[in-house]
Design a protein around this ligand. Structure first.
Ligand code: ATP
Length: 454
């Protein structure tokens, strides 16, 4: 596999024409990554100059369909030897190490015809956008779109400056995601190989042999999030009726090519490899509790200020503070992750990563580092009155004991206490594989620096 990055600046070095699109699907069907395969099929006379890019943006945007993904295809006239990165209708798709740019207007006109054929326009939430440019918008646009809120107006200003051409459908909101995908300059990156179902099978139950997924998981070293052993669940297949059969994620594109071939099940009608920002945690910002803003994702260093509570629905709420208090929510879908939350005690120091919810104001926790644990010392017996020989009663929280018969008093230290073993240890904790978000960086992907920086 050819990696097209400058080692020092990580920038795509070669000239190409960028074609990006977003917001073409609905919860009932289609998928923007599938549109990428249709566009490549239609534009078979152009070449990929580098891998297609699948870019996840702010996961808290309320108007997203599913995973807030946008696509950017680097296209042109390829130079050099192409490498296989997919298969469409039995023909290999190749990407080239170098190339020449093409006319953006022609590209937009041809690619937008494909979008117009398949986008689910009748869905309220679907507002497609397609952008073509010979120069990349500034990376600051990507960072804002993966971490915050971007307006269409500001994006269009940037596009005008970079000489891009674009098409909007309905509100045209998709132009935001498309432009952000174009502006992504990878700081960290992963790859995903996606296999698609034959159209005749869309909407029917997916057939993927779980044993082959486990075998692939065990025989590959750099893939991740394949199988949720805690919940016995195949994690590479989506739950929605979209055209995707499965997607395997990993840190080695060469290994992903082999991993795909190891999966048994229904026919893989077509497949394509993407360069992605998934599992990079690009969405997370260091924050204090007071500076948390709705729809952002943050990392806060706090201590537990009240015992965890389990509320109806099985969600666990832990009051935490860094001087300002907030509820940290461990929702039911995070499954076993909640048992770590339940094991916390007031005074424990933790670092929480999660998304901010406005009402009720809370931090929806996606990952946690336990920095320091208090001792779990509990009173097991009240003191006995030295005069009456009877058990004394508590005067009130933190105020010692009094004998109900003779009224004599004893300090708090007179009671019998026992130290219990803590059930959790300092270190990192995360939800099981099937409850993770696309941008969640699995602990196994974290560098030593990431691990130590708690
Ligand atoms: P899928 O993952 O199935 O492709 P999706 O979850 O990506 O669907 P979209 O249908 O693409 O959802 O909807 C997301 C919409 O939000 C798009 O129109 C996109 O342009 C817009 N958007 C994405 N990030 C931001 C942001 N940070 N600020 C404002 N709008 C955004």
């Amino acid at each position: 596999m050819i990696i097209l990055f400058c080692e020092s600046c990580d920038w795509l070095l070669v000239p190409c024409t960028l074609l990006a699109f977003d917001d073409t699907d609905s919860p009932d069907g289609m998928c923007t990554t599938y549109l990428a395969t249709l566009v490549l099929e239609e534009l078979a006379d152009f070449d990929l100059i580098g891998l297609p890019r699948l870019v996840r943006l702010n996961p808290n945007i309320p108007w997203k369909t599913r995973g807030n993904a946008a696509i950017c295809l680097p296209l042109g006239r390829g130079i050099g030897r192409g490498e296989v990165c997919g298969s469409l209708n039995g023909s290999a798709i190749r990407y080239f190490p170098r190339g020449r740019q093409v006319d953006p207007t022609e590209l937009l006109s041809r690619a937008s015809r494909v979008l117009e054929k398949v986008a689910i326009f009748e869905c309220d939430k679907t507002n497609p956008g397609m952008v073509v440019s010979n120069s990349r918008p500034p990376p600051s646009l990507y960072w804002k779109a993966v971490r915050g809120l971007v307006s269409l107006k500001e994006v269009e200003k940037i596009l005008e400056r970079s000489g891009a051409v674009w098409k909007k459908y309905k509100s045209g909101r998709g132009v935001i995601g498309a432009s952000a995908a174009m502006s992504w300059r990878p700081r960290d990156r992963t790859w995903e190989v996606i296999a698609y179902r034959a159209p005749s099978r869309w909407g029917t139950l997916r057939k993927v042999d779980p044993k082959s997924v486990i075998r692939m998981d065990k025989h590959t070293k750099m893939t991740f999030n394949n199988y949720d052993y805690e919940n016995d669940h195949v994690a590479i297949t989506p739950g929605s009726p979209c055209p995707i059969l499965f997607g395997i994620r990993g840190d080695s594109p060469a290994e992903l090519l082999k991993a795909r071939e190891m999966i048994r099940g229904e026919e893989q009608d077509r497949w394509l490899m993407f360069l992605t920002n998934q599992a990079t945690e690009d969405h997370i910002m260091e924050r204090s509790v007071t500076s948390l803003r709705k729809w952002e994702s943050a990392r806060v260093r706090v201590h537990v200020s009240a015992p965890p509570k389990t509320i109806p629905g099985g969600h666990v709420i832990v009051r935490v503070s860094d001087g300002t208090e907030i509820d940290a929510a461990f929702y039911e879908p995070s499954k076993q992750f909640r048992s770590v939350a339940r094991a916390l005690l007031p005074g424990d120091q933790v670092t929480l990563l999660g998304s901010v919810r406005d009402t009720p104001r809370s931090l929806n926790v996606e990952k946690m580092a336990v920095r320091n644990l208090v001792e779990d010392v509990r009173k097991v017996r009240n003191p006995v009155c030295s005069k009456c020989g009877k058990s004394m009663g508590s005067i009130g929280a933190g105020q010692g004991f009094r004998c109900k018969i003779c009224g004599s008093k004893s300090p708090l230290s007179a009671a019998t206490y026992r130290k219990f073993k803590r059930t959790i240890k300092p270190g990192w904790y995360e939800p099981p594989i099937s409850s993770r978000r696309h941008l969640h960086k699995p602990i196994r992907r974290m560098s030593k620096v990431d691990i130590d920086k708690i």
